[in-house]
Design a protein around this ligand. Structure first.
Ligand code: IPE
Ligand code: IPE
Ligand code: MG
Length: 255
């Protein structure tokens, strides 16, 4: 059956930009009597898979939610081990990402991260900056509300200095000041872990995303489930507020 799902996806309209909330690592580990950290470690393989699949399908952008503004309030040991994992993962994966022509960017409040991690992020971003393949964003210390506030502050600073006229601020201008900048909005949000909420991810950019909720825990996410999400997307009629029917062809044409 997985084969049939893959075939449907291959001939159907694809999202330009996929966002994924990678949830369920802790429950995956608990179900095996393991520490939560083991679940976070196991979550790296599906990340590799998604990057490979998106690159193979020629999808323009992939944005992964790895650590939220609110996740700082978890026990210190869990936070420390997650930060260690990010450090390790960037170190270990950057060559392979580069080989796949992936452009890596970290979005979120990077000043909240250790100086060492910030330096490693900057180096990895620099190394892959000129790659023309998949645009991969990893959200670390990211919150949708934080993002909107930092954009508002950046624009207000420009207004105060006289570099920007108040009347020049429109939706496009505001969006460009957000972390995703001029990337197209995600067309599809996938959230694993059986929760049906946004948890403060990309509040502005997900305005018209199709939402695919998976009951799988993130470490169990695989190619079959990815293909199911794409098939779900292909079956949606995106209307962007238009009357039914009119919008049927609007799949790729954002308003
Ligand atoms: C997602 O998995 C990873 C992070 C939020 C860092 P969780 O750690 O939230 O796993 P559950 O939801 O507790 O199972
Ligand atoms: C959302 O998962 C954040 C990430 C996956 C990075 P959470 O586990 O933090 O979300 P809630 O607490 O269930 O809403
Ligand atoms: Mg969770």
């Amino acid at each position: 059956m997985a084969h049939a799902v893959t075939e449907t996806a291959a001939s159907a309209p694809l999202p330009r930009h996929i966002a994924i909330t990678m949830d369920g690592n802790g429950r995956w580990a608990a179900a095996r009597g393991l520490a939560r950290t083991a679940g976070h470690k196991a979550g790296l393989e599906p990340v590799r898979l998604c990057v490979r699949e998106c690159a193979r399908l020629g999808i323009e952008a992939l944005t992964l939610f790895a650590f939220s503004s609110e996740n700082w309030s978890r026990p210190a040991e869990e936070v420390a081990s997650l930060m260690g994992l990010f450090l390790e993962a960037i170190d270990r994966e950057v060559s392979e990402l580069d080989r796949q022509a992936v452009r890596l960017r970290i979005i979120g409040n990077r000043h909240a991260l250790s100086v060492r991690l910030q330096a490693q992020i900057a180096a990895a971003e620099q190394r892959t900056a000129h790659n023309t393949g998949l645009k991969l964003q990893v959200a670390v210390s990211y919150g949708g509300r934080w993002d909107i506030v930092q954009a508002a502050r950046a624009l207000a600073t420009q207004c105060t200095s006289g570099a920007l006229a108040l009347t020049a601020i429109d939706e496009a201008h505001f969006a460009a000041a957000l972390e995703l900048g001029t990337l197209p909005d995600p067309d599809l949000l996938i959230r694993t872990g059986a929760e049906r909420r946004l948890s403060n991810f990309l509040l502005w950019n997900l305005a018209y995303a199709e939402l695919y909720f998976s009951d799988l825990l993130w470490p169990d996410f695989d190619a079959t489930e990815f293909a199911r999400a794409l098939a779900f997307f292909a079956g949606r009629e995106r209307r962007f507020g238009q009357a039914a029917g009119e919008g049927a062809t609007a799949l790729k044409a954002a308003p």
